[in-house]
Write a protein that binds this ligand. Structure first.
Ligand code: PDD
Length: 287
């Protein structure tokens, strides 16, 4: 089946959807994005992703695409057209194509944003074998720019981080700045010590994960103790357990950091419980 994608108002076969070579996301990484998961044909945490998208656009003085108010409908239509039971929807807004290369932003009256959405079919996304086994991570230096709270398409360093992890026989990397873990290459990072869940506080240093917000809410509702503060790799290696969260991995246990197994080297009970709660509760309110 050929995938149907959305581009600026049109639903098109993927090989017919074309964006200009002058598009600013291509030339300048001048674009923002969101990834929303689909479980049982329904969207998980859709409103959170929409609110963050609007914030990213505002922070970069980027116009809202004309179809902003129709985004729920567009997501749903792509799920239907592509017959997605479980998977992901990727959305990208760029500042558009000014028909040439120029560092200055184009006049928003003349140049409209480019809006692209496509689906990724991932049957059984919530039953991933990685969640049973847990993942291994390495630590790397965080050399990204200073506005990581904006979800831009500048993903070269996170991509390099994944490759460094792969080369080391691991699954992902946690980034470290001034001695403390910021976040994973495409996820938020957590440790658990003495039953307490510790994750870095919100600031411009990390992306304000939509899954993070939901998981911390569920944890507090379940009377688990949560502390939002920075932690070091040494503290993480000494923790009882660790995990990551994101729209694509939900809650994923971490079992090894820089070659050191955590606890007994198996996924921890807090991570597994939070994964179950997150999946159950999110499915209930999926739209
Ligand atoms: N990444 N931190 C970073 C750097 C991220 O790229 C992501 C998401 C997160 C988690 O955010 P959320 O819970 O809202 O998905 C944290 C997406 C999944 C991606 O780039 O594919």
């Amino acid at each position: 089946m050929t995938r149907t994608v959305y581009l600026n108002g049109d639903y098109l076969p993927e090989d017919e959807a074309k964006v200009s070579v002058f598009d600013r996301s291509f030339l300048m990484a001048d674009g923002v994005y969101e990834v929303t998961s689909v479980l049982g044909g329904k969207l998980i945490d859709f409103n959170g992703h929409l609110v963050r998208l609007e914030r990213s656009l505002n922070e970069l003085d980027m116009e809202k695409p004309e179809a902003f108010d129709e985004l729920l409908e567009i997501h749903r239509k792509l799920v239907e057209l592509n017959d997605i039971e479980d998977g992901l929807i990727y959305l990208q807004v760029s500042r558009g194509s000014a028909g040439d290369r120029d560092f200055a932003f184009p006049d928003p009256e003349l140049v409209k944003p480019t809006l692209v959405l496509f689906t990724q079919n991932k049957p059984g996304l919530a039953d991933s074998p990685a969640a049973q086994a847990g993942i291994k991570i390495i630590s790397i230096e965080d050399i990204r720019w200073g506005r990581r709270d904006i979800k831009t398409v500048q993903l070269l360093y996170p991509s390099m981080g994944k490759m460094m992890a792969k080369k080391a026989g691991c699954d992902d990397a946690w980034m470290v700045e001034d001695g403390a873990v910021t976040e994973g290459t495409s996820n938020n990072a957590y440790i658990v010590k003495g039953g307490k869940i510790i994750t870095r506080h919100l600031s411009t240093d990390i992306l304000h994960g939509i899954t993070r917000a939901a998981v911390l809410r569920f944890a507090r509702e379940a009377q688990m103790e949560v502390e939002e503060r920075a932690f070091t790799i040494e503290e993480a290696q000494d923790a009882d357990e660790a995990f990551i969260t994101s729209a694509s991995s939900f809650v994923m246990p971490v079992v090894e950091i820089d070659g050191k197994p955590l606890g007994d080297g198996a996924p921890g009970s807090v991570a597994l419980r939070l994964r179950e709660i997150y999946l159950d509760e999110s499915r209930k309110v999926a739209i």
